[in-house]
Design a binder for this molecule. Structure first.
Ligand code: PGA
Length: 249
């Protein structure tokens, strides 16, 4: 049995004061809920406040990106050890918005993944096709390529904490959700790529999250799908009540 992981991706929303407000309301709503793992990924400047606020709860905090070097003259970047030094345990890598707007490639995703794993972070590696690719029947090719390159030259032992998120780009922030069946098909393919890279047993234990317009109204149907091991939630994670409702689908 794979324990489901429900992760919030706040993107570029909320300052430290708003982070405080969120956790003040959210923590009591999920008190004692340990069926699923809960992770909140706020902007960098909120990490410190978030980590203080979740102290003593079952909630974990993650970053939305990380650089692959340990330190150096890389203005604006954050190193993996900086995240672990403040108690951050998770990190989103290769989100489609990073790929679309900030030049993230399959190769930088691979470098970031290796660096995160090396430092004991749990990476949530994102893959997913854009609408034109789905319409052209290229979804499988795209997912295969993204997984193959992301997993390249990483050993199964090193990859043990890996989590993958399938996020069809056409479903992100659009209100369009992949049907549970569509998501399950993509998850089977991703699991197959993980089996090729890391072996069958690893793939069987790998958690693959679905992301793209997950809301309280569709969470139950998506999470009931055996292939779906959790959710990466954007818009609906900004409100404590709606994120709590998703966590408790
Ligand atoms: P959304 O975003 O839930 O707002 O569609 C998901 C994501 O980008 O991770």
């Amino acid at each position: 049995m794979r324990k489901k992981l429900i992760a919030a991706n706040w993107k570029m929303y909320k300052n430290p004061a708003q982070t405080k407000e969120f956790f003040r309301d959210f923590i009591p709503l999920v008190a004692g809920h340990d069926r699923d793992e809960i992770v909140v990924c706020p902007p960098y400047i909120d990490l410190h406040s978030a980590l203080e606020l979740i102290n003593g709860t079952q909630i974990s905090v993650g970053a939305q990106d990380v650089y692959w070097k340990d330190e150096g003259a890389f203005t604006g970047e954050i190193a993996p050890a900086m995240l672990t030094a403040i108690g951050c345990t998770h990190v989103i890598i290769g989100h489609s918005e990073r790929r679309q707007y900030f030049g993230e490639t399959d190769d930088t995703v691979n470098l970031k993944l290796k660096a995160a794993l090396e430092h004991g972070l749990t990476p949530i590696a994102c893959v997913g096709e854009v609408l034109e690719e789905r319409e052209a029947g290229l979804t499988e090719d795209v997912l295969r390529r993204q997984c193959m390159r992301a997993f390249s030259s990483i050993s199964a032992r090193k990859a043990s904490k890996l989590v993958v998120a399938y996020e069809p780009v056409w479903a992100i922030g659009t209100g369009k959700t992949a049907t549970p069946g569509m998501a399950a098909d993509a998850h089977v393919l991703i699991r197959g790529e993980a089996a090729k890279a890391f072996g069958e047993a690893f793939a069987e234990a790998l958690r693959i999250l679905y992301g793209g317009s997950v809301k309280p109204e569709n969470a139950t149907a998506l999470m009931s799908e055996e292939e779906i091991d959790g959710a990466l939630v954007g818009g609906a994670s900004l409100d404590p009540k709606s994120f709590a409702a998703i966590v408790k689908y």
